[in-house]
Design a protein around this ligand. Structure first.
Ligand code: NAD
Length: 487
């Protein structure tokens, strides 16, 4: 008898239990060699007072099985409840979010019958790290943290995925024309890693035109790799133009763990009515089977599912007079798929997953750190200025308080407001005072942490309200900060 792979299973909320039951029945009928262990996460757990929605027992099971098949979860309204998905991604190190996006024309209407793309989205960093602060009455910030290891891991994963799944091209989307340091790093690492895969084509697009092209000619894309926020947005654009939001599954992959789920939510409006389409979760289960190296069962189930679509057996969400023959509920759809196990589609290309296809994709760890010569050369000191004291007055007060650091520029929201501001009505309530060891950035020399602490003490003694400081460094002589507009 084949050894069964233990997997954690979360039945979720809303339509979750119905679509999971349907999926589990299909897995069982296909003799998938899995050993499901049910975990309780989600709404019930939240309402018992657990703000993460995940009890300790569930973590223990997850960490032991290392694979989770999860139905959608309802996050209760109101403050204090943390997104279970974000908690899981971060705690379990699920760095890659992989969303295949395919059109099933004509059975699912779309203007683009040939979409077959995969979005590989960075899952742990970027603005989604959730590092936010309120700095003053009027100003809030969200920090975009991008690390080189984070970029390397996801971009490597995208190229390995392309190679293992016989994809031809990887497209990188970033906004490095504006965010030259963070998105610039992502683009640079993409170029470095692309050079290691000469068998795979690569290109880069700025994310705004990239998104427009996904909406207008999605058939041109193959694998897309991008940062967390852009990936989230383009995933929905791509799923929508494919017409298959309810059909798509997604994988969250880490070095040790993986989680598989449908891309839709818990659909409380149709819960308990036996009308939900279980296809998104079923497709996620197929991704899971490939991941745990069960390619034959994955192929069997996907082909049965494609045949069901072709035979016109459809749930209400994709039912049409033209292409459907029979409208079925969740259970009826699962029965139809089970009846077709062993059949191959004739209109769609049959699935044919290969053994070991995913092994090794995720084992690219972090490269050894490259240690550069890091020199402290200045500081940005940000001041809350609710009384709109003019920048000239602030500058006159603070310009001469340090022997080693000179005031170079004061900016507001990245724009120069001192010296020689050309802005008509500058926003004065958030002043970033930049101090450097020399005016000319080519002549910057080292200062000490003590110099910066003394500068801050002196500014504080003048009664100015420091809300944040950011050290300025050079790395091997290169500036580690952008120049303010107008600096
Ligand atoms: P939703 O995806 O649940 O529903 C949007 C619309 O699509 C609804 O009309 C719904 O009936 C329909 N729909 C969704 N899945 C369907 C299916 N399988 N078959 C047929 N119709 C389907 O999105 P929402 O209404 O914004 O969110 C509802 C809840 O789901 C919220 O609590 C949200 O937080 C949660 N959610 C969870 C996840 C997750 O756990 N991964 C993802 C998204 C939303």
């Amino acid at each position: 008898m084949a050894i069964k792979t233990p997997i954690s299973v979360a039945y979720g909320d809303g339509i979750g239990p119905e679509i999971m039951q349907a999926t589990m029945r299909i897995l069982e009928a296909a003799n998938a060699p899995i050993e499901p262990e049910v975990i309780e996460v989600g709404e019930k757990v939240y309402l018992q007072g657990n703000s993460s929605g995940i009890p300790d027992e569930a973590w223990n099971t997850l960490k032991r099985t290392k694979v989770l098949l999860k139905s959608p979860i309802t996050t209760p309204q109101g403050g204090g409840y943390k997104s279970l998905n974000v908690t899981m991604r971060k705690t379990l190190g699920l760095f890659a979010n992989v969303r295949p996006c395919v059109s099933y024309y004509p059975y699912v209407p779309t203007k683009f019958p040939k979409i077959d793309l995969v979005i590989v989205r960075e899952n742990e960093e970027d603005l989604y790290a959730g590092i936010e602060h309120r700095q003053s009455d009027e100003v809030y910030q969200c920090i975009k943290l991008i690390t080189r290891p984070g970029c390397e891991q996801i971009i490597h994963y995208a190229f390995e995925y392309a190679r293992k799944f016989n994809r031809k091209k990887v497209t990188c989307l970033s906004k490095d024309n504006i965010m030259k340091m963070t998105d610039g790093l992502f683009h640079r690492v993409f170029n470095e890693i692309a050079a290691e895969y000469p068998d795979i084509q690569h290109d880069h697009l700025i994310v705004d035109i990239g998104t427009a092209l996904i909406a207008s000619c999605p058939e041109k894309f193959d694998v897309i790799v991008t940062l967390n926020l852009y990936g989230d947005i383009i995933s929905d654009v791509a799923a929508q133009v494919a017409g298959s939001v309810g059909l798509a599954g997604s994988a969250n992959i880490g070095n040790q763990m993986a989680m598989f789920e449908a891309i839709h939510g818990s659909a409380p409006d149709i819960a308990g009515k036996d009308i939900a389409n279980p296809s998104g979760l079923l497709n996620a289960a197929v991704q899971m089977l490939v991941h745990i190296n069960q390619p034959n069962v994955a192929t069997l189930i996907e082909n049965a599912w494609l045949t069901t679509l072709e035979d016109g057996i459809h749930t209400a969400d994709i039912y049409s007079k033209e292409y459907s023959k029979e409208k079925v509920g969740t259970k009826g759809f699962a029965d139809a798929v089970i009846k077709r196990l062993g059949k191959k589609p004739t209109h769609f290309k049959p699935a044919n997953y290969q053994a070991d296809v995913e092994t090794n994709i995720q084992c690219y760890g972090v490269r050894p750190a490259v240690v550069s010569k890091k020199v402290l050369v200045g500081v940005d000191i940000i001041i809350d200025n609710p009384k709109d004291v003019p920048a000239e007055e602030i500058a006159a007060k603070i310009a001469k308080v340090s022997n080693t650091l000179q005031l170079i520029v004061i900016t507001s929201r990245g724009l120069k407001i001192w010296p020689n501001s050309t802005i008509d009505a500058p926003y004065l309530r958030h002043c970033c005072c930049r101090f450097q060891s020399a005016k000319d950035t080519k002549a910057l020399k080292a200062v000490s942490q003590n110099d910066i602490i003394q500068l801050q003490s002196a500014i504080n003694a003048l009664g100015l309200d420091i809300i944040k400081t950011e050290n300025l460094y050079t790395f091997d002589g290169e500036l580690g900060f952008t120049l303010a507009q107008g600096q």
